[in-house]
Design a protein around this ligand. Structure first.
Ligand SMILES: [Cu+2]
Length: 275
């Protein structure tokens, strides 16, 4: 007690520290509730699952954070040193340790399985047949978008044919390549229809990042990696590179327009094909 006879006493430094911890808790709660910095607007179908998973992890760790910081604040304020007694130590408390261990294990296991379900639903499922297929090739420091054109067949590409004006080495003598559309830094797809991305890299590892669509996938040289998503909102969005890939990494971005209809998309594709 404060008279020095009980266990510890209330000290000014203890109260100040507890006050700071309280401020920390309140500020954290403010950021969580008011959300001044939050995810960019969600524009894909599967993104809601990712957001709710993120929320679940944030709530669980937030509760643990408040309990731990709150307890720390209380003890530090209530049991400051009294100057007359020695601190007490004990080696272990098997019951408390087992309880905390099991509780943590159960919570983490549940979170892992929740995450696994979301991951599997996004990565282990094939893109629907009607998907718009886009071959995306990253390079220092641009994104190239290759569309098959009206025939639905991608033309042959060959690294030997890569030039300044033919960044993906498209073989224009291949009949399938005649109507292919190559767009640098500008990607389009119609709303409400799955988009199947076949991702490659010409040089180093890049990361194809669509923040609004909760999509992020490394582009690895020598590999063709597939990802797919379904845009749910029209508009213009940013494509970024999320892997530090060289000096120009900061300017490695592209614009992704989600068109309001298949017709609008076809129109753009036709225009882009003329260039
Ligand atoms: Cu990059």
């Amino acid at each position: 007690m404060a008279d020095g006879t009980g266990p510890g006493r209330i000290t000014l430094s203890g109260v100040v520290l507890a006050g700071l911890l309280l401020v920390l808790i309140i500020v954290s709660l403010y950021f969580f509730i008011a959300q001044p910095f939050w995810f960019p607007k969600l524009a894909s179908e599967h993104g809601a699952k990712i957001d709710s998973l993120f929320m679940a992890v944030l709530v669980v760790s937030g509760i643990a954070f408040i309990l731990v910081q709150g307890a720390l604040g209380y003890f530090v304020a209530r049991y400051g040193e009294s100057g007359t007694e020695r601190a007490e130590y004990w080696h272990d408390n098997p019951k408390a340790e087992a309880f905390l261990l099991i509780l943590t294990a159960v919570i983490l296991t549940v979170l892992v399985f929740m995450g696994q379900r979301v991951w599997a639903s996004i990565y282990f499922a094939d893109a629907p047949k009607n998907a718009t297929i886009i071959q995306v090739t990253g390079e220092q420091f641009a994104w190239n978008f290759h569309y098959a054109g009206p025939d639905g067949q991608f033309g042959r590409t060959d690294t030997k044919l890569i030039t300044g004006t033919n960044p993906i080495g498209l073989d224009r003598s291949d009949p399938n390549a005649k109507d292919d559309v190559l767009s640098i830094g500008v990607m389009h797809a119609p709303v409400g229809k799955p988009v199947r991305v076949q991702l490659r890299s010409k040089d180093v590892i890049h990361s194809f990042f669509l923040p609004n669509f909760r999509m992020k996938q490394d582009a690895v040289p020598g590999m063709a990696i597939e990802v797919w998503f379904t845009p749910t909102l029209t508009g213009q969005y940013e494509v970024a590179c999320a892997e530090l890939c060289g000096l120009g990494h900061y300017r490695m971005k592209a614009a992704f327009t989600v068109d309001e209809s298949q017709d609008a998309f076809n129109k753009w594709l036709e225009e882009a094909g003329k260039q």
